[in-house]
Design a binder for this molecule. Structure first.
Ligand SMILES: NC(=O)c1ccc[n+]([C@@H]2O[C@H](COP(=O)([O-])OP(=O)(O)OC[C@H]3O[C@@H](n4cnc5c(N)ncnc54)[C@H](OP(=O)(O)O)[C@@H]3O)[C@@H](O)[C@H]2O)c1
Length: 256
């Protein structure tokens, strides 16, 4: 049985609790958070504490706290020589305190508390400072996911950058589209099939091949009309920047 202590009670911890709880051979023996309120949303049967001095003995300690907090928090832990990992895409493993054995257990997905996920589909990107800890993290990762990869801190930084672009930026564009529709009393639901197809398409085509639209075709009149529709909108510059980026990307094809 792998015994786990989780630090934090946010999006990642709530999802890790759910998957670890239903996986045989894994037991979440405790969750620590600085305040009780956030802990109350976690499964009742799990032991919880707000005291950093009452942490139980476990095989692995997983810190799922904001990126800027991870380093100082790992220093504040009182035990030594245990395996302590964080779940961040952008924080180097070395940022963890030297008091304990270091590692990373980064689930590459966007987690929101009340939206379920299929953990088996989520790549687990891991790293550790010694081979036996890498082996242990692989064993843990393989229990919950079909895709477990060893990735260095340097590689993970680049992976996280791409993840921010394809997830956070794209989601922000959904918000822009949703606002434009709302201004015209149209439902965002009308766009859902298009959003799904756009996502599914890159499973079989490269993003370069999958691109469509006025900028890809260099339909100047359509682009001008859409810029005109946005003449008083705060999103006009965003439209112009994105259009120019796509025009630049496909320019050689159009003139060729
Ligand atoms: N969300 C994602 O999609 C995602 C995906 C992969 C990896 N990650 C990584 O996982 C980690 C956690 O992300 P999250 O989305 O779960 O964060 P979150 O939902 O914002 O939760 C953060 C947790 O940290 C606690 N916290 C905040 N500031 C603190 C401080 N100064 N000292 C001690 N505790 C503090 C919060 O406690 P209170 O409840 O008391 O405020 C909360 O329990 C981050 O490193 C993130 O990069 C996130």
């Amino acid at each position: 049985m792998i015994k786990i202590v989780l630090f934090g009670a946010g999006n990642v911890v709530s999802h890790l609790c759910t998957i670890f709880e239903k996986t045989s051979g894994i037991e979440v023996i405790q969750v620590y958070n600085r305040n009780q309120n956030s802990l109350s949303g976690l499964p009742e049967n799990i032991d919880k504490t707000t005291s950093i001095y009452e942490i139980k003995d476990a095989d692995i300690y997983i810190i799922a706290l904001p990126d800027d907090v991870i380093s100082d928090f790992s220093e504040s832990i009182s035990f030594i020589n245990k395996l302590v990992v964080h779940t961040s895409g952008s924080v180097a493993m070395e940022a963890l305190s030297d008091k304990n054995r270091k590692g990373v257990f980064y689930p590459l997905q966007s987690f929101s508390k009340n939206k379920g996920v299929d953990f088996s589909e989520i790549p687990i990107c891991l790293e550790a400072s010694n081979n036996s800890d890498v082996k242990f993290l692989k064993e843990l990762g393989n229990k919950i996911s079909k895709t477990v990869v060893e990735i260095s801190s340097e590689e993970r930084k680049k992976l996280h950058l791409s993840a921010v672009i394809v997830n956070n930026f794209v989601n922000y564009l959904y918000k822009v589209g949703s606002d434009l529709l709302a201004e015209n009393s149209l439902s965002f639901d009308l766009l859902i099939p298009l959003i799904k197809e756009t996502a599914y398409k890159v499973e079989s085509l490269t993003p370069f091949e999958a691109q469509t639209g006025p900028a890809k075709r260099n339909d100047k009149k359509t682009i001008e009309k859409q810029l005109h529709l946005l003449k008083d909108s705060p999103h006009k510059e965003l439209y112009r920047e994105m259009t120019n980026a796509i025009l630049r990307e496909y320019k050689s094809n159009l003139s060729g």
